[in-house]
Design a protein around this ligand. Sequence first.
Ligand code: BYC
Length: 329
Amino acid sequence: MYTQALNSETVVSTIDDEQKMTAFQARIDREEKIEPNDWMPAAYRKTLIRQISQHAHSEIVGMLPEGNWVTRAPSLKRKAALLAKIQDEGGHGLYLYCAAETLGVTREHLVDQLLSGKAKYSSIFNYPTLNWADVGVVGWLVDGAAIMNQIPLCRCSYGPYARAMIRVCKEESFHQRQGYELLLQMMKGSEDLKEMVQDAVNRMWWPSLMMFGPSDGVSEHSSNSMRWKIKRFTNDDLRQKFVDATVPQAKILGVTLPDPDLVFDEVSGNWKYGEPDWAEFKRVIAGHGVCNKQRLKDRISAHENGAWVREAALVYAEKQKSRMAQSAA
Ligand code: BYC
């Protein structure tokens, strides 16, 4: 009897779950936004926490390679623009951590995952910024790739993520243009400056293509994320869009892209490109890129040095609370 009772409960809950799943997918298919208090499958919640938190980590780790150049910017104008851009990235991290928190995970847990090396962040930030042209190339290629990936995320099925991405994309667009304009100026300069730009492009091109993730055949999360309309395009589709948009920009700039296989395909109307070095990609996301250790070390020290700010904010909030309670009494 006991077994029968258990079985019938299990059957009821399975049917119940199946009905909820069907209704959930129907809402997604009708392009309704899913909001924090709505029912959602555990796997949808999990993949969103994973993607949004990795995205948030990428924003704040992404402040580091450019932060390297603030004190060495060649003019006050460049320094002001670079500072504003880096501050924007910090803001993007905040919006995204807030969006992740609406899924029932704490900020402390997410930060702990980053600082303990358990969480991933974008592979691109494990490459060094060796000269001033890297600042321009990060804006042009890295923010350019980010925009290509993030514009469709403004239509993500999860409301808080989609809404956060609208502002992020507007700011990324300024970042991309400041980078490209910086490079255009450098390309009007001496041969040394032009070589510096070409060198930065040579080093950053392939890592920028890797930002879109592994190719579709091996992207483990893509099919669920596409079905749930978290992702609107596959990794390879976005990579192709990025290559198509960037090749003409490289021509205007006067640089070459370091890919001997790059050729325009009249039939598809796309630029065919060579195969990224996926072994390198795997090494970098496994923690063995040139800068992985340095980036984590810098994030840990920023977190430790910022402890007093968090403590002061908590004491201030307590004070405000007791003042409000006193005035209400
Ligand atoms: N780097 O099944 P897949 C910025 C991981 S910041 C590291 O295709 P998914 C900026 C992936 O997480 C830009 N890891 O996954 C900031 C998964 O591992 P787990 C950051 C990567 O999620 C400052 C595994 O590989 N943008 O713009 O469907 C200054 C299998 O991949 C990478 C975002 O985060 C990578 N490149 O697709 C300047 C955008 N690629 O979790 C600029 C939001 C893949 O199973 N994220 N992995 O351990 C996304 O759109 C998607 O998460 C991805 C990957 C396209 C990145």
